[in-house]
Write a protein that binds this ligand. Structure first.
Ligand code: PXL
Length: 275
């Protein structure tokens, strides 16, 4: 009897490992799985981490990060990719070259979502300070979509967003850095009773508004959003369709978040297993 099933769409995460299983690679891979795509990983750094915070970081040699991308792209193939924790300018330089070589990014055929991760939710740095410039100059021009939160917007373009008008202004300035689409996430706008994310392609603003859920267990939320958008792109969705899917998926996953350890628990796509 022959068994098996057809190869699903294939998504690649280029990001760091979180030993606590809340964020990073671990969040990306389970989100890919929950969205029915085959997940692959190019690890940039190993973090020593639990629910309380990050107590150590080991960076992977840049040529080995690039080698992971080449290994999976040359054999398995990649339908969409995302980046998360990139750690250093040298790693970013190696990734930029590798994605160009394998056709990932806005001038290749494979969509690339760039989540410009700078710090963990506890404030632990996940990117060397001087490396934000490399994200701006090397990753943004290659991105199909960038997904900064408001802390990252401040680090990237120096705009302190507190209103929806400022969110639009920031989206314009970020778009000038070269990505095809910008999603300015509004989750950190604490005065807003709802959570409004703003999508911009250089022409049209689309506001995506959802409820603000009452939970402190939001570890891995940004990763889960970007990974679910990446999954939809891998399946052939347009960017606006993929972002709408991601917004729905992260809402369900925030509602299914759970406590873990003595610190911050993760958002969770385990709800896909509910009857
Ligand atoms: O959620 C952002 C993030 C990304 N990648 C890694 C992380 C975190 C947050 O803690 O640890 C490895």
């Amino acid at each position: 009897m022959s068994t098996g099933r057809p190869t699903p769409k294939r998504a690649l995460t280029i990001a760091g490992s979180d030993s606590g299983g809340g964020a990073g690679q671990q969040a990306d891979l389970r989100t890919f799985f929950a969205n029915g795509v085959h997940g692959m990983s190019a690890i940039t750094a190993v973090t020593v981490q639990n629910s309380v915070g990050v107590s150590g970081v080991v960076e992977i040699p840049p040529d080995k990060v690039a080698a992971q991308i080449h290994a999976v792209a040359s054999d398995i193939g990649v339908d969409a990719a995302k980046t998360g924790m990139l750690a250093s300018a040298d790693i970013i330089t190696a990734i930029a070259k590798a994605v160009d070589e394998v056709g990932i990014g806005r001038d290749g055929s494979t969509p690339l979502v760039v989540d410009p991760v700078a710090a963990s939710m506890h404030g632990d740095p996940l990117l060397r300070e001087e490396a934000m410039e490399a994200i701006r100059s090397l990753m943004f021009p290659r991105a199909t979509l960038v997904t900064p939160n408001l802390d990252e917007v401040r680090l990237l373009v120096g705009i302190d967003v507190r209103t929806h008008d400022q969110q639009r202004e920031a989206a314009k300035v970020l778009h000038e850095l070269g990505p095809q689409w910008v999603l300015v996430k509004g989750g950190h706008m604490r005065d807003d009773p709802e959570c409004t994310d703003l999508l911009y392609d250089g022409n049209t603003f689309t506001e995506l508004t959802g409820p603000r859920y009452d939970t402190t267990n939001t570890h891995g939320g940004g990763d889960t959003l970007a990974a679910s958008i990446t999954s939809a792109l891998a399946k052939g969705a347009s960017v606006p369709e993929a972002v709408r899917h991601g917004k729905w998926f992260i809402g369900r996953s925030v509602q299914a978040s759970y406590p873990l350890g003595s610190g911050t628990g993760p958002v969770s796509p385990l709800w896909v297993l509910d009857d």
